[in-house]
Design a protein around this ligand. Structure first.
Ligand SMILES: [Ca+2]
Length: 161
């Protein structure tokens, strides 16, 4: 008789973990590829945070093109959003843009060989999300190699950040 409430409690906790523990994001190192929000073309889950890091050959750029884009709209994208970074995502100074609603982000080209995309959803209202493709491009101009960024990048690639 007493085990039922405990079983219910365990099931409740496990289902909560399943709902919030969506596996998404990752490191993409192929010269080209595609990725989507979780469940695409179905509705994306609530309370989701995904981080993709695209790394192409050194001396190349990353060209990013959205094929579908539909997120919950808010004037300052406070609820659900996509953030695109020129480089590693921890560098707020490298933010290329924050996007939500149904206006697809423009095509982006990074100024070095790394680009990060963050997807975030809050706990209410979901749409179909996005699908995006990337490919390696050639840099139009030579950038100064920012040596300070490499130790941090190596930490991220080895999973320490
Ligand atoms: Ca939402």
């Amino acid at each position: 008789h007493d085990i039922l409430p405990i079983l219910c409690c365990i099931i409740h906790v496990l289902s909560g973990k399943l709902q919030t523990g969506v596996k998404c994001g990752g490191i993409l190192s192929a010269p080209s590829g595609n990725f989507s929000s979780p469940n695409f073309p179905g509705l994306y889950p609530y309370n989701t945070h995904c981080s993709w890091l695209i790394v192409v050959a050194e001396g190349s750029s990353v060209l990013l093109t959205f094929h579908y884009f539909e997120l919950e709209y808010h004037a300052s994208c406070a609820y659900d959003y996509i953030k695109i970074y020129n480089g590693i995502s921890e560098d707020e100074g490298n933010l290329l843009g924050t996007f939500c609603g149904d206006i697809s982000p423009p095509q982006f080209t990074s100024s070095w060989n790394v680009m990060s995309i963050i997807f975030h959803s809050d706990r209410h209202v979901a749409y179909r999300g996005f699908t995006v493709g990337y490919r390696k491009g050639s840099l139009l101009h030579l950038m100064q190699c920012d040596r300070d960024s490499w130790p941090k990048l190596e930490l991220i690639l080895s999973g320490h950040v």
